[in-house]
Design a protein around this ligand. Structure first.
Ligand code: SF4
Ligand code: SF4
Length: 374
């Protein structure tokens, strides 16, 4: 990994869930609290801030300017921001995002610029708009220091993307201890693919949208007994902080209290002892001990489905709810992860079930998913 990446502290600040003055209004960021959060984070040694044009309906970048850029010297921090081309209607607008981000952030250059949420059928839009070439060009012009992409897809897709774009400086991946061996997310395999391509990783979702900070009792009890002082979140961060080839681990923080807690964990951070690793393994096993749908993500079913139903993704979400016991959280994920092929579009033709080596009652499971999440 490049030396300049190695010097970045692994504790990163995700600015997608900033504190609000009015919980109903995503644009009403509590700037005074955010300033204190920034100060606490920087005091703890943090430097990496991650935002995006779309966070807080465009206000996250402005808040980063006010709380960070206007108050700290340029060498005290790095800023990552992103372009969601797949959600934008025109090439011109997608390319115009960079200039808007620079202006909103009050910066002359972006340290880390990401093509955001590449993977699945979203990748085609980045290709169609020529966003890869655009990012390269802007890097050559000095408006971007490092170009990369974030991805929600499996290891094979990542391998294809890094082969097609070997000059990426970094990639941002969903990695956490629950998804490490998950057949759909494939966090471990994705980390191995990135390492094989020599591309360092920024980790997103280390606490799986907050679920690993609020575990079901069967897993929480094991971790609390192993270390009564440690917060549940700290186990999730420590797992990621000590993985190889990592630039930064993004903590999406919403309160000063969360920054203080994570900062304390970061300052006291050490690799897991053998006993701690054993406790974490036991907690993961406890989380996965509930009966789940035995889908291996082999994807034979997908090839046969005339409706393009996102079968393995939907089964994975059903399993996630069984493991973390949080219906609303999973329903939120379903709303975008299954949008391109929701369960209710199944016509019960049975082609998928004939192909499934696990003999999964797919049609029945899709009915359950449609009922729960649509
Ligand atoms: S039963 Fe439903 S999910 Fe399975 S192949 Fe037919 S339409 Fe697709
Ligand atoms: S064929 Fe069966 S095991 Fe394979 S991805 Fe589809 S549902 Fe999962």
């Amino acid at each position: 990994m490049k030396q300049e990446f190695e010097s970045i502290p692994k504790f990163g600040f995700g600015c997608m869930r900033l504190p609000l003055l009015d919980p109903e209004d995503q644009t009403s960021i509590d700037i005074e609290q955010f300033k204190q959060m920034v100060d606490t984070f920087i005091d703890a040694g943090g430097t990496y801030f991650d935002t995006a044009r779309v966070y807080h309906q465009g206000e996250s970048e402005r808040a980063v300017k006010e709380a960070l850029v206007d108050r700290y010297p340029r060498n005290a921090y790095t800023v990552a921001t992103k372009c969601l081309a797949w959600a934008i209607d025109s090439e011109e607008e997608a390319k115009g995002n960079l200039a808007t981000s620079l202006e909103q952030l009050g910066l002359d250059y972006i340290d880390f610029y990401l093509l955001h949420n590449v993977g699945g059928n979203r990748t085609a839009r980045f290709d169609e708009y020529g966003m890869w070439e655009f990012a390269r060009q802007k890097k050559a012009e000095g408006l971007i220091k490092h170009i990369g992409f974030s991805m929600h897809d499996g290891a094979e897709a990542l391998d294809g993307l890094l082969t097609a774009h070997p000059d990426m400086d970094f990639v941002q991946l969903q990695v956490n201890y629950l998804d490490w061996d998950d057949p759909v997310v494939e966090a471990r395999n994705c980390m191995e693919v990135a390492a094989r391509h020599g591309v360092p990783v920024v980790i997103m979702e280390p606490v799986r949208g907050g679920r690993l900070a609020d575990l079901p009792e069967r897993a929480a009890q094991i971790l609390h007994e192993a270390n009564p002082e440690a917060s549940l979140a700290s186990w999730a961060y420590r797992f990621c902080w000590h993985l190889p080839n990592v630039v930064s681990v993004l903590a999406g923080m919403s309160t000063l209290e969360q920054v203080r807690d994570n900062a304390a964990s970061f300052k006291a951070d050490k690799p897991f002892t053998e006993d701690e690793q054993a406790a974490l393994d036991e907690a993961i096993a406890a989380l996965k001990s509930v009966p789940t749908v035995p889908c291996t993500n082999c994807r034979y079913c997908v090839k046969e489905c005339p409706q393009g139903v996102k079968i393995p993704e939907i089964l994975s979400l059903l399993n996630l709810e069984l493991m973390v016991e949080d219906h609303e959280f999973v329903k939120g994920l379903y709303s975008w992860q299954a949008a391109a092929g929701p369960a209710s579009t199944c016509i019960a033709c049975g082609a998928c079930e004939q192909m499934c080596p696990q003999s999964i009652d797919i049609i029945n499971q899709l009915e359950i998913a449609a009922e729960k999440y649509e």
